[in-house]
Design a protein around this ligand. Structure first.
Ligand code: SF4
Ligand code: SF4
Length: 213
């Protein structure tokens, strides 16, 4: 069943329009503020530490950033930001281009994970101790070993097929181990930049279905 999510819209601002950027972010959007043509900050509301699916946090995580700073003065005061790495400038430009068709700071979209499964391809699902325990308690301890899982450095990860789909993904795009699926799959945030990227890359869906209401 489709789930309606109100997601942030990414907009680009030159530094002199920082007050507009501030208004956009405080209203729920994400701003890319260009301090110079080669230096940008991604500005979002301070992530809700209690919410592991906070879309602002995942927006920064998608740029390889696990830590953010908080602006201490000026129009952006109190908002969170990360510097956009040089190799991610095209990524943030693409977000802005994608969202340029939408008005306002947020956009309501319906996502149907059951018919999607885009994030079950070309991923890197790391298994934790809780996952291995869940597999054992569920009577499927083999899920934590080859051919379903393999060691990658000091971590265990799910094995992908040659076509880069998860070994547990059925031809009907259903998870074959849904009740036992790893924590990383359970917590993958719908409507995050990672989700939107996966849908665009795997399914050619740029923004999901328009919300009816
Ligand atoms: S890519 Fe997004 S919509 Fe698709 S299954 Fe994953 S979380 Fe759900
Ligand atoms: S375990 Fe299931 S939910 Fe997780 S990636 Fe594989 S098919 Fe998708």
């Amino acid at each position: 069943m489709a789930k309606k999510v109100v997601r942030p819209i990414a907009r680009s601002y030159q530094a002199r329009f920082v007050e507009e950027a501030s208004r956009h972010v405080r209203a729920g959007g994400h701003a890319v503020v260009w301090d110079t043509p080669l230096s940008a900050r991604l500005v979002v509301r301070v992530p809700d530490g209690e919410n592991p699916q906070d879309l602002g946090y995942w927006s920064m995580l998608d740029l390889g950033k696990t830590r953010y700073a908080v602006v201490r003065g000026g129009p952006l005061e109190g908002l969170a930001f990360v510097r956009v790495p040089a190799d991610c400038r095209e990524i943030v430009k693409r977000r802005v281009e994608r969202d340029s068709v939408h008005r306002g700071p947020v956009h309501a979209v319906h996502f149907d994970c059951v018919t999607c499964a885009a994030c079950c391809r070309d991923n890197n699902v790391v298994l934790g101790d809780d996952d291995l325990e869940r597999f054992s308690e569920g009577g499927r301890p083999e899920l934590g070993k080859l051919p379903y899982a393999k060691r990658a450095g000091d971590r265990m990860v799910l094995v992908l097929r040659r076509d880069r789909s998860c070994k547990h993904l059925s031809p009907e795009r259903r998870c074959g181990v849904y009740p036992l699926r790893p924590d990383a799959c359970r917590s993958f945030p719908v409507a995050s930049e990672c989700c939107l990227f996966a849908r665009e890359k795997e399914l050619g869906m740029v923004d999901g279905l328009e919300a009816a209401t």
